[in-house]
Design a protein around this ligand. Structure first.
Ligand code: BGC
Length: 451
């Protein structure tokens, strides 16, 4: 339901109530709470693919089971990565018509609303038990610069996953465990193109611009976690010799990657890119995508380790790229009590264990019931725990998905990778332009990451 409509309904209820009082009627049919709050909840999100929709439905069902009197309205705004939805949210927030609650990526991405004073602090949701259950790296990005909490994480997605169609790899004689370097990966791609049992000319499925930038982030991490760290700290410029050289190398590797992708990438949604692996006659064997892709394999009833498989993107096996979705409580909303209830369910073990097995992500809580998760996610949970505990393994936050670096930096970064992908910019031009961004947005970097 649009906020305006809600306002209209609310006004109508007020009119009915007032009319009843004026007419001397002693009861009110739709009694608001003492604060004048109607028991309803409007949730904005961008989860519209098969796996995504199943996951949010399971979470909403969990909420309804606990709060059956609340009328829930989901507002789904299609567009992977949330780029379309955030335009709408910004318009509503700045117009003083905030949605009750909305999905966003945790960290920098919600800072624009924090800076404008439009978010409620939600410290009461962050009980001692929740703090104990959520990994520090995720808890940390849920806080604003003032030290208070402004977000409730619903999951942890892994960004650096290489997905593959097992049948094609088996038929081509490729052992996925050997795909740990880019040269090994290029050789596998060449072998698939040459395999006469398939007519695959573009073995790597790629989608629209943000998915290209997503792939670039993984390439950059593969070149060196120190360089990735410098990048998200806004420290790479053309004078930072070592890191700049790595940035150029990453652009060159990425350029080679683009020689293996579908030419219609720019018009493909992320899930239609994944569908290339899933088709009865597949047109791609690999995809670099966050593990929301697992929801699509799950919906297609493919078995992990049999029909499809996963490894870390070449060079990132000891890394976990972090993408964290969360929910907000804006100020001046119509249904604050329902939002508190919603955030409580989002934060809960049961809520997360209903949502994440379908979503492809792992729970943002370390006390998840692992038996509820499928084979891919059980392996992801094991990797997360190993990487978290090891001093020589690394978590790295995504920029494309709103946590790693300021939003304005991200907004300019994505089209630069689009130009590199389409061939309108060379690797060296792209590296120069990327390095210049750090200076342009230097005052926006408010966090120093130590990966
Ligand atoms: C979100 C995921 C979502 C994906 C595709 C990512 O940015 O974090 O939850 O499934 O975009 O829409």
């Amino acid at each position: 339901m649009e906020p305006k409509k809600q306002t209209i309904i609310f006004v109508l209820i007020a009119v009915i109530s007032t009319a009843a009082i004026v007419a001397g009627v002693t009861y009110v049919i739709l009694a608001p709470t003492p604060e004048g709050e109607v028991d309803a909840l409007e949730i904005y999100h961008w989860w519209t693919s098969g796996g995504e929709a199943a996951a949010i439905t399971a979470l909403v069902d969990e909420f309804i089971a606990l709060h059956p009197d609340t009328t829930v309205q989901q507002v789904q705004i299609a567009g992977g990565g949330g780029f379309e939805m955030r335009v709408k949210i910004k318009t509503l927030m700045l117009a003083g018509q905030p949605p009750d609650t909305f999905q966003i990526h945790n960290g920098y991405e919600w800072k624009i609303f924090y800076d404008a004073g439009l978010l409620n602090n939600i410290d009461p949701i962050w009980t001692t038990a929740l703090k104990a259950a959520v990994p520090d790296v995720v808890e940390d990005i849920s806080k604003g610069p003032d030290g208070h909490y402004y977000a409730v994480p619903v999951n942890i997605h892994r960004s650096n996953v290489l997905w593959f169609n097992y049948e094609i790899l088996n038929d081509t004689g490729i052992d996925p465990a050997t795909l740990t370097t880019w040269p090994a990966f290029w050789a596998a791609c060449d072998a698939i193109i040459a395999n006469p049992n398939y007519t695959i000319t573009a073995p790597v499925a790629m989608g629209e611009q943000w998915t290209a930038a997503h792939a670039f982030e993984q390439v950059l991490a593969s070149v060196g976690i120190d360089t990735y760290e410098a990048w998200i700290n806004g420290e790479i410029d053309s004078t930072s010799a070592t890191h700049y050289a790595d940035l150029v190398t990453a652009c060159e590797i990425y350029k080679t990657l683009t020689t293996y992708i579908n030419s219609d990438w720019a018009g493909k949604s992320w899930d239609s890119a994944i569908a290339k692996l899933l088709a009865a006659t597949p047109t791609a064997a690999f995809a670099i995508m966050g593990d929301w892709a697992n929801g699509e394999f799950f919906q297609a009833e493919w078995d992990h380790g049999v029909d499809y498989g996963t490894i870390g993107v070449p060079g990132t096996g000891n890394m976990y790229g972090l993408v964290v979705d969360c929910f907000e409580k804006p100020k001046n909303i119509l249904h604050p009590t329902a939002v508190d209830n919603w955030l409580g369910v989002v934060a809960s073990k049961d809520g997360q264990d209903a949502f994440n097995p379908l979503k492809g992500s792992i729970s943002a809580r370390t006390d998840a019931n692992i038996s509820k998760y499928g084979a891919y996610q059980q392996s992801a949970i094991a990797d997360f725990n190993t990487i978290d505990a090891s001093p020589t393994s690394y978590m790295f936050p995504s920029v494309v998905h709103g946590s790693g670096a300021p939003e304005a930096f991200n907004t300019d970064f994505i089209p630069l990778i689009g130009a590199l992908t389409s061939g309108t910019a060379t690797a060296s031009q792209t590296a120069t332009a990327l390095a210049a961004l750090a200076a342009t947005y230097s005052s926006d970097f408010i966090k120093t990451w130590s990966l």
